[in-house]
Design a binder for this molecule. Sequence first.
Ligand code: FAD
Length: 522
Amino acid sequence: MSEKLEIEALLPPEVAYDDYARYRALLAAAGLQPGDADFVHLRKRSIDARGRQPLVRLRADIWRTAPPAELFGPWFQYPDVSRARRSVIIVGAGPAGLFAALRAIELGIKPIVLERGKDVRTRRRDLAALNKEHVVNPDSNYCFGEGGAGTYSDGKLYTRSTKRGDIQRILKILVQHGATTDILVDAHPHIGTNKLPMVVAALRDSVLQAGGEVQFDTRVDDLILDGNHLRGVVTAAGVALEADGVILATGHSARDIYELLHRRGVRIEAKPFALGVRVEHQQALIDQAQYRRTDRGPLPAASYSLVHQTQWQGKQRGVFSFCMCPGGFIVPAATAPGEVVVNGMSPSRRDSRYANSGIVTAIELEDMDLPRYGALAGLHLQQQIEQRACQLAGNTQLAPAQRLGDFLKGKVSSELLETSYQPGLVSVNMEQVLGPGLAARLRQGFENFGRKIPGYATNAAQIVGVESRTSAPVRIPRDPATLQHPETKGLFPCGEGAGFAGGIVSAAMDGERCAEAVFAGF
Ligand code: FAD
C-alpha cells in the first residue's frame, strides 16, 4: 500500500456521524483493521437522499504513515505592516473588507479599516434592542457592524463561484481563525450565528497584530476627490484620511454611500435585484419531505432549493428560494427606522423548530422608474416596499405576515402561526405590501413548490415580509483589469455593495482580489 489510500464510501447516517464508527467503516471499506492506519483524513461529506433511506457519501484519505503537516495548518502568516510604505483605506469590515485587509497585509500593505458600526460584541446589544424594543440604530444592526451582514447570519459558506482553489483558501483562513474543520469537508458548509462572532473577532485580531488599523464607530461621509482621483475619505467626525487606494466595501445596504457617490459625480448604475418574502415552516415538515423520516437522527436539519419560471403579463421571470435557513430564525434586517426587512439566520446546530427561506423573484430594470430616479431607481423601489411593509404592520418592527394557504386564496389570515421572528407578526394582506405583479409571481412559484414538497404550500406555513436585501440594487462599475472605477482612479469598488459578490465567500474572495489589484497598481 502507498502512503495514502483514497477511499469513497456510502454509509448510514448513524455510522457516518459517529467518529469511531466512521473510522472503522472507512478502514473496513479499504480492507484494513484499526491499527493499520496512522490517520484517516475526511475530504468530502455529502448527503445522498435519493434512495429510500438517506445515506452519507464520504471521501477520505487513509494515511499509513504520518500525514504531511500542511494538512493541519496554520496555513497563513501575516507579516508586520505597521511601518509599511504603502497603505490602503478599506471602508467596511464585512467579509469583503476583512479579507481585503488580510490579503493587503500578506502583500506588505498597511490596511486602515473604517467601520460605521461597533465591534462584534457591543453590536449584540443593538440587536437585542432591535428585537425587543423595535429600535433600529442606523449604524448598528443586522447589516452594519463588525463582520458586516455576514456576522449574525447562517454563515452558509457555499457559493456559485467555480473558483475552487480560492474558495478553499477562504475556508482555510476561516478555520485558522476558529471555524470548525467541518467546513473544509461538508458539501454545504456553514458556521452558525453563535460561532461567527468569535471567528470575526479573530480575523480582526490578525489585522491588528500585524500592525493594521481597525476603527469602529467611524462612518465615511465624504470623499477626498482630486479631479478624477480619489485620494481618501472624510469620516462623520470630520477626520480626513488619505492612502494609496480606497477599497469601498460597504455592502448592499449602505444607501448613504450610493447617494454620496451619486452626489459627488462618481458614476453608479441601477442594477436588477430580487425581492419577495420569507416563508416559515416547521423543520419537521421539511425533514420528512427530504429524508422521508420523522426523526432525522444525526442528520443535519434538511434544506431545500427551489426554482420555478413564472409568467405575468407576458413576461417570464424565475421565482426561487434564497438563503434557506434550516433550523433557523427570521430576523429583522432593517437599517433605518420606518422600514421592515426580514432575513434569516441559524445557529451552528441548526436546532430551532423552524425552517425559513427567502422566496424571491427578479426585479429587472424595466420594473424601475429609471427616467425619474436614474441610477437610484432600484434602491427607491426597494425602499418604497420596505416602508409600505412597515406602515401596513403598524410602524414598528412587527412584520406583515399571512398564512401561505390564505395568500394563495387571496384571503387575509384570521390567525397567524407561532414564529421564530422575535419582534412579532401582524396579519396583513401581503398583496398590498408587494403589489399585484410580485404577488402573482410568488403565488405561481408557491403553487409549483407545493407540488414538489408535500405540505409546503398550505396554511401550515406562513409568509413574512419583506425579503428585499438579497443583493445590491446599484452597481458601482469597475474596470475588469484594474478593478478601479473606470473614471475615478484610486477607487476600488468591492464586494456585494458594488455588485461583484453575493454571499460571504464570494465577498471575501472579491476583497482579496481588490487588495491584489491595489498592489498591482503600485
Ligand atoms: P457587508 O457584509 O454588507 O459589509 C459592509 C460593511 O460596511 C458593514 O459592516 C457596514 O457597517 C459597513 N459600512 C457601510 N457603510 C459604511 C460607511 N459609510 N462607513 C463605514 N462603514 C460602512 N451570506 C452567505 O453567504 N451565507 C449566509 O448564511 C448568509 N446569511 C445572511 C443572513 C443575514 C441576516 C444577512 C443580513 C445576510 C446574510 N448573507 C449570507 C449575506 C452576506 O452577509 C453578504 O453577502 C456579505 O456579508 C456581503 O459582504 P460585504 O463585505 O460585501 O458587505
